[in-house]
Design a protein around this ligand. Structure first.
Ligand SMILES: Cc1ncc(COP(=O)(O)O)c(C=O)c1O
Length: 393
């Protein structure tokens, strides 16, 4: 069959290039110790930055809400799938992040796709950082807008892309913290050029919320900015909030427009109401229990200090994402396998997730890691890289 032959040829090519993927099966987990494919490993590649996915209060809220509402929402939000838990979460998120209104979507991918396809069309311009998350790029492409991608973190290039734009509607879009690099966008700089060129700034703060800012409210808090500077904020909930879905925060006009027209929202079953309730609990913890954020910050500091002392080739980052550059795909895979054999779970990230020649280990820190686990990881990394057959780092 032509399809199968073609797929097998593609698969052979991916294998030869070190680009085939494996899904590891996780079973029980306790803190950051996971049963992964039957082996006990310390997980250093989870996005559960604050440990909320396992926080007893979040788990018990989820359980109680499932008992009350049932499991699935059983409908699109526009038909019968919108529950009081969804509404409460939206109101709470809007108040916490300082926006007029919010919409709770099924995932970060769907949220970004929904915002971009609902707001943009062929008459609009969308300017994006080259390293924005794939769903932001996909959303702009699907919208039919003119898409200009500027070199990573280059605010002057972003301004050049806006300069002289003929389109009335201009949307400037960036990750708050870049998911594979861990560096933070210059949100204040982007807000300034957006204002200068009458563009709307949209930020995806998947990896900033829970991590950056004095109390972990994210990139806007860290930059001292608010809804007036960044009129659209997307907060995917599968990272530091420990759940699933995403909150889109904006003014009432934007949210009403999305409710009426965002196809990924309209034509998809609403997320489980119990998940909305659990996320409300996560937001309460974020607002009231400072210790989770403080523990994460300590762990980031400990890791970066030890790694610098050991001379590990880390990319510059002060967030929970700490990439260790391998360059070559096979080398990244070898490092990851060697770590696994020594009790650590750190996945290798390869193209197309990152640019060719920049394969890496994406190490993530969480509030649940212990100082001893971090210390042993750095020692082990040092040994693994030193013993590797490939060129020295
Ligand atoms: C920056 C960023 N935005 C959006 C997403 C997508 O969110 P979700 O996993 O909820 O679809 C991710 C990661 O998955 C991400 O890293």
């Amino acid at each position: 069959m032509a399809l199968r032959e073609r797929l097998r040829a593609d698969a052979r090519q991916r294998h030869a290039a070190g680009l085939d993927r494996t899904r590891r099966v996780q079973d029980a987990r306790l803190g950051m110790v996971a049963d992964c494919d039957g082996v006990t490993l310390v997980n250093f590649c989870s996005n559960d930055y604050l440990g909320f996915a396992q926080h007893p209060a979040v788990v018990s809220t989820f359980r109680a809400a499932a008992a009350e509402y049932g499991v699935g929402s059983a409908g699109s939000a526009l038909v019968s799938g919108y529950f009081s838990a969804h509404r409460a979460l939206e109101e709470q998120a809007a108040a916490l992040f300082g926006y007029d209104a919010a919409l709770y979507a099924g995932s970060g991918y769907l949220a970004n796709l929904g915002v971009l396809t609902a707001l943009l069309d062929a008459r609009a311009l969308c300017v994006q950082d080259k390293r924005n998350h794939a769903c932001l790029i996909d959303g702009a492409r699907f919208s039919g807008a003119a898409l200009k991608r500027y070199p990573h973190a280059d605010v002057a290039a972003a301004e050049a892309a806006l300069n002289g734009a003929t389109q009335d509607l201009r949307l400037l879009v960036s990750d708050g913290v870049f998911s594979m690099d861990g560096d933070a966008a210059d949100v204040a700089g982007l807000a300034q050029i957006a204002a200068r060129h009458d563009a709307t700034l949209m930020l995806d703060d998947a990896h900033g919320v829970g991590v950056l800012g004095a109390t972990g409210l994210g990139s806007l808090q860290a930059a001292g900015l608010g809804a007036g500077d960044v009129p659209i904020l997307v907060v995917p909930a599968g990272k530091a909030l420990g759940g699933q879905g995403a909150l889109i925060l904006s003014n009432r006009d934007v949210i009403a427009h999305l409710v009426d027209t965002a196809r990924p929202y309209l034509f998809s079953t609403a997320p489980a109401p119990a998940m909305a309730a659990a996320l409300s609990q996560s937001l309460r913890l974020l607002a009231t229990e400072a210790e989770h954020h403080a523990l994460l910050q300590n762990n980031i500091r400990q890791f970066t200090a030890l790694a610098a002392h050991a001379g590990l080739p880390l990319l510059p980052s002060n967030t929970a994402i700490q990439p260790l550059l391998a360059g070559d795909n096979d080398r990244a895979l070898r490092w990851s396998e060697a770590l696994r054999a020594r009790g650590f779970w750190v996945s290798a990230i390869r193209p197309p997730t990152v640019p060719p020649g920049t394969a890496r280990l994406r190490i993530t820190l969480t509030a649940l890691h212990t100082p001893a686990q971090i210390e042993t990881l750095v020692e082990t990394l040092h040994g693994v890289i030193k013993d590797d057959d490939g060129p020295a780092y």
